[in-house]
Design a protein around this ligand. Structure first.
Ligand SMILES: Nc1ncnc2c1ncn2[C@@H]1O[C@H](COP(=O)(O)OP(=O)(O)OP(=O)(O)O)[C@@H](O)[C@H]1O
Ligand SMILES: [Mg+2]
Length: 351
């Protein structure tokens, strides 16, 4: 079976332990709330979940992904708390179909504080760590200021409970914590999570290949990490495809790597073409520039030349549009493609 996991939180043998756990545990011991910041798919969620697996605590993870209403946000919190509470004092239960909640009180908004107030009680038995993942989704609530304000007030009152925040959209997450008017303004210690340690990660990946009877030519690692911009999720993605095309007992070499890339691009060509045709002329230019350019000076004459953009303003507009479509994201000052194979397709297919 393919040993590479390319999506979502990894644990057990699929997770490579990382040194950032020590830093997180220090904050845990000091009882400080933490905001985890880092580019997409670098392993923020996996880090938090795995760090607390061997810690004596009640670890409660709430994933706010896709939440659009206050009621849904409250429901997500209630469901995450439920396994830890024998009786939910403010809930009569979950609806039979598993959708929605039956409240003892009809006041859904005041209930978010009531719900969170369960935490200090639980804490009396065993320390409580609450991990709010995809926290930026709360900005999409109709009255997000009020909801976030209520959360903040309750969190601030709970000195004994540790809260950890993370999310996949860094700009929006920063909006919650660093915008002056935000109720969360500078309320948590900031922890940066970047790529995994390069050499240790390579050894870990090599072991995955060798445990399944394969090996990779050492010369390939540079190309693999370059294609995936060292983003752990994307590195695993490339390894996943290399493994799929490999044979037991054989070393994967440069030629195999080239063939795998061609296969993936070929399989995805019609999807990529469709995506490409939906971009405006300016967006196509900027995407071409970004796929070819490795530096971070996006208004430089070199970038203008590579992309064919007509002005810095059109570069800015193009980047904003590509970001809002989810095609690119910012990783340590560099705009990179959400799908590294799409960038490669652009370089190969667009003049
Ligand atoms: N410590 C690790 N060991 C092995 N693989 C990892 C590790 N951390 C991350 N990955 C790879 O990255 C992928 C994404 O991990 P995870 O969802 O934890 O990242 P994230 O930073 O929370 O992503 P997002 O920004 O989308 O929320 C995993 O599915 C896995 O392929
Ligand atoms: Mg995550």
């Amino acid at each position: 079976m393919n040993p590479f996991k390319i999506d979502g939180i990894v644990d057990g043998a699929d997770y490579m332990p990382r040194k950032e756990s020590d830093e997180l545990l220090k904050y845990h011991k000091a009882g400080r709330n933490v905001l985890i910041r880092g580019p997409r798919r670098t392993g923020k969620s996996s880090l938090v979940v795995n760090t607390f697996q061997n810690v004596k605590c009640q670890f409660i993870r709430v994933d706010f992904w896709g939440v659009k209403t206050e009621a849904k946000a409250v429901e997500k919190i209630a469901r995450a708390f439920e396994p830890f509470c024998k009786k939910m004092p403010i809930l009569s239960g979950f609806n039979v179909a598993g959708v929605g909640l039956q409240w003892k009180s009809p006041e859904a908004l005041s209930s978010v504080e009531d719900l969170l107030r369960l935490a200090p009680d639980l804490h009396k038995k065993k320390p409580v760590v609450i991990f709010f993942d995809e926290f930026q989704a709360l900005l999409d609530l109709p009255d997000s200021d009020q909801f976030l304000g209520a959360l903040r007030a309750e969190i601030q009152a709970q000195q004994e409970v540790q809260y950890i925040f993370a999310g996949s959209n860094q700009n929006r997450l920063m909006e919650i914590f660093y915008a002056q008017r935000s109720p969360f303004f500078k309320s948590a210690a900031l922890m940066e999570v970047g790529s995994l340690d390069h050499d240790t990660f390579i050894q870990w990946l090599e072991a995955k290949f060798s445990e399944t009877g394969r090996s990779v030519s050492p010369k390939l690692w540079n190309a693999i990490f370059e294609l995936s911009h060292s983003i752990p999720g994307d590195v695993q993605d490339v390894c996943y495809h290399l493994w799929n095309d490999s044979e037991e007992g054989r070393e994967i070499g440069a030629e195999d790597f080239g063939e795998t890339l061609q296969r993936v691009l070929h399989e995805r060509a019609s999807g990529y073409e469709g995506m490409w045709n939906m971009l405006t002329d300016n967006q196509q230019k900027i995407a071409t520039g970004l796929a070819r350019y490795r530096d971070d000076k996006y208004t430089s004459s070199e970038f203008m030349q590579l992309s064919g953009a007509t002005s810095p303003a059109s570069v800015k507009r193009g980047i904003e549009a590509l970001e809002s479509k989810g095609l690119i994201w910012m990783s340590f000052k560099h705009w990179i493609f959400s799908d590294p194979f799409f960038a490669l397709w652009i370089v190969n297919s667009v003049d």
